[in-house]
Design a protein around this ligand. Structure first.
Ligand code: ADP
Ligand code: MG
Length: 275
């Protein structure tokens, strides 16, 4: 450890300052102080205003770094926002509700969101955008698919670290579980997923997306009792987003073909992958 500078200290003050600012974790101070000092001298800014500017820059940068950290921690498969979301493409979706949800008050109130709709209608895009908004507003977020989460839970159980994972899952402010319903779950898988919902109930917000209407969720959990108890918890405080319509990708590729001047061959139309 370096001691504080004294008149006889041979170490130049810039070196000491750099060291102290690193210790204090003030990287923006360190990066900007020389430039700002020169500016302050030119503009005749006093010391307090000079420090204030530096402190403001550090705060802005720190906030940006924290948002980036939350986005990395969320493990989004892609970063998407509502800026690139075309609401006119999906008239069944309640746009005012979505924009309200993007303000994240439901997270403070620990309410849930369920997005339902057929494949390709923007469910994942919408929950990625809600997740991004949450990161930007200071909430911790974790993104996973239902199958991925069940895998994680089973692996943690086999490795005797289930409690730790469950505690992590319960602590995150917003848990996004995408694609419930594409694959039926094993009994253990269903029970572990149910426990996750239970442990988060009224503690944090959960977003679930599914291609299946509620009536068909029993086919995923393979138990009427479990499905009932789960829906009971999940829908206690819930906002439901309905995304029903034509697949966005399918619509895009049809439009592309029209632009390319090729006739829309119904045979080809059928073979387009809309996964
Ligand atoms: P889902 O999860 O419902 O199957 P996705 O969110 O994966 O659908 O959407 C499929 C693709 O189409 C993605 O690349 C997504 O960004 C895009 N997409 C879907 N709906 C919209 C929309 N309304 N506006 C812009 N892009 C959209
Ligand atoms: Mg999806």
């Amino acid at each position: 450890m370096m001691a504080s500078a004294s008149a006889s200290n041979p170490v130049p003050p810039q070196v000491l300052l750099a060291h102290h600012l690193q210790q204090l974790k003030l990287p923006t101070f360190l990066r900007e102080y020389e430039k700002l000092a020169a500016e302050a001298a030119r503009e005749g800014l006093d010391h307090v205003r000079f420090l204030l500017r530096l402190a403001e820059l550090e705060l802005i940068d720190r906030e940006r770094r924290m948002v980036e950290r939350r986005i990395r921690a969320a493990r989004f498969p892609a970063v998407k926002s509502f800026d690139t979301f075309d609401f006119t493409a999906i008239p069944s979706l309640n746009k005012p509700l979505v924009l309200e949800l993007a303000r994240c008050e439901y997270i403070v109130a620990r309410e849930n969101i369920i997005a339902l709709g057929n494949s390709g209608t923007g469910k994942t895009h919408a929950c990625l955008a809600l997740g991004l908004a949450a990161c930007q507003r200071g909430f911790t977020v974790s993104f996973t698919t239902a199958v991925g989460l069940v895998h994680q839970l089973m692996e943690a159980r086999d490795e005797k670290r289930l409690l730790k994972l469950q505690a992590q899952l319960a602590a995150v402010k917003l848990l996004i579980i995408d694609e419930l319903g594409y694959v039926p779950l094993s009994q253990t898988g269903a029970e572990l997923l149910f426990e996750t919902f239970s442990q988060r109930h009224e503690r944090g917000s959960t977003i679930v997306t599914s291609n299946l209407p509620f009536e068909e969720w029993t086919s995923v959990f393979q138990s009427q009792r479990l499905t009932g108890a789960l829906l009971d918890r999940l829908t206690h405080h819930v906002h439901i987003l309905e995304l029903n319509g034509e697949s966005y990708r399918l619509k895009q590729s049809k439009a592309r073909r029209r632009r390319d001047g090729r006739s829309a061959d119904p045979e080809t139309g059928k073979t387009i992958s809309v996964s």
